[in-house]
Design a protein around this ligand. Structure first.
Ligand SMILES: *Cc1c(COP(=O)(O)O)cnc(C)c1O
Length: 438
């Protein structure tokens, strides 16, 4: 049985209707309960957020925007979407929001349609340096129909900014290629982003500046990472990572003309009917993020990330760029063991109940299916109430599992210790956000 009350409620109903799926949901609830989630892009949404998603809102077609729909019967949906928009605007301090993108990649696809013509040049960080596949990967629409040019990190180990963005090189790349769009915001970058510097470069080369804050949105909302506003022209994000809402996307801007362009590019440009149950849940999540507890939660996310990074450093791992300013870190496994790959580490840690993803480190000589690193993040573990002492235990467990090369005797023992710790920190046992439980 799952400790989260919503999954338990739903299971009670579903067991009769569809025992096969009910059984699998129950197993997933148990997996989440008894393992430590360190995937940097994941979190545990609150029971209120999950509840809003599981409602009659899913039944409605509401194509269009509040007050201008293509279907009747949208009176309550107009109010729900308007509240979601207003809360998003106050959360991020901007004038316009579109809460309809089905996901972060969908928001980015609509942005390309809104701002670029096929073949147009844009600048971004490459996936292998910490970027996202929707920022110009060859197999993605962004890389197939548009012309990405990539700016580098500092790759020189002797440089004080080793593995951080090389802003002078960003400027050189942009002045050489004159991109229409300059993208910043990443999936595996552990340092603060200097939006002001990016804007100076965008102004110099005549680009529209876009921040994709999918990973750091919760930190930004809580004032724990500098805001992309007023520097960025357009902002996209997911709502389910540090922001701890339902799975979805969001678009933000202060520019009315760009807002209108994006709205048309999203609907009817790339999407049909909005997921109104998810928009209801977004409104609930934004409401949670506006509360003071959310700031304390985000502060602890950062404290925990720093604690985990330094505990791993003490145990002989190398943290890419030497540490973290946000919720995530890239752990370079090579100093610990030349043979150890990210793929092995991910599998052995999962056997021990510690969930993460293999991830290339910048300039990684190994292919993406192996990698020399893992990416770790603290948003989900912080939600369930873990603090610095638990981070030190996690670092111990990771070292034990990896130095034993995944030996069954070690992973088995750690699995039981992880289960015991998780048992003392049920994810949502009271139905209240963990930060509010204090
Ligand atoms: C996660 C992520 C996305 C995509 O989000 P999906 O909801 O999975 O489509 C986009 N951009 C960045 C930088 C991300 O990290």
């Amino acid at each position: 049985m799952s400790s989260d009350p919503i999954t338990s409620d739903v299971l009670a109903l579903l067991r009769d209707a569809d025992p096969e799926i009910a059984n699998l949901i129950e197993k997933e609830g148990e997996r989440q309960d008894t393992t430590i989630e360190l995937i940097a892009s994941e979190n545990h949404a609150s029971p209120a957020v999950m509840h809003a998603m599981g409602t009659c809102l899913t039944n409605k077609y509401a194509e269009g925007y509040p007050g201008a729909r293509y279907y009747g019967g949208c009176v309550w949906h107009d109010q729900i979407e308007t509240i979601a928009i207003d809360r998003a605007r106050s959360l991020f301090g901007c004038a316009f929001a579109n809460v309809q993108p089905h996901s972060g990649a969908q928001a980015n696809a609509a942005l390309f349609l809104a701002l670029l013509q096929p073949g147009d040049t844009f600048a971004s960080l490459e996936l292998s340096d910490g970027g996202h596949l929707s920022h110009g990967l060859k197999v993605n629409m962004s890389g197939k129909w548009f012309n990405p040019v990539h700016y580098p990190l500092h790759y020189d180990t002797a440089h004080p900014d080793f593995e951080r963005i090389d802003y002078d090189a960003v400027e050189r790349v942009c002045m050489a290629h004159k991109p229409k769009l300059l993208m910043c915001g990443y999936s595996a970058y552990p340092r603060e982003i200097d939006f002001k510097r990016f804007r100076e470069i965008a102004d110099k080369c005549g680009a529209i500046l876009h921040a994709d804050i999918a990973h750091i949105a919760g930190l930004v909302a809580a004032g724990e990472h500098p805001s992309p506003f007023p520097h960025c022209h357009v902002v996209t994000t997911t709502t389910h990572k540090t922001l701890r809402g339902p799975r979805g996307g969001l678009f933000l801007t202060n520019d009315e003309d760009l807002a209108k362009k994006f709205n048309r590019a999203l609907f009817p440009g790339t999407q049909g009917g909005p997921l109104m149950h998810v928009i209801g849940a977004k409104a609930v999540a934004f409401g949670e993020a506006l509360k003071p507890e959310f700031k304390r939660y985000q502060q602890q996310v950062k404290v925990n990330a720093k604690a985990l990074a330094s505990a791993l450093t003490e145990r002989g791992f190398r943290i890419s760029s030497g540490g973290t300013d946000n919720h995530l870190m890239l752990v370079d496994l090579r100093p610990k063991s030349a043979e150890l790959t990210g793929a092995d580490a991910e599998r052995w840690m999962e056997n021990a109940g510690i969930i993460c993803n293999k991830n290339g480190v910048p300039q990684d000589p190994r292919p993406p299916k192996q990698t020399s690193g893992v990416r770790l993040g603290t948003p989900a573990a912080t939600t369930r109430g873990f603090r610095e002492p638990e981070m030190a235990r996690i670092a111990d467990w990771i070292e034990q599992v990896l130095t034993s090369a995944g030996a069954a005797s070690v992973t088995g023992r750690v699995r039981e210790e992880v289960r015991e710790l998780c048992g003392r920190y049920p994810i949502w046992s009271t139905g209240e956000p963990a930060a509010a439980r204090g």
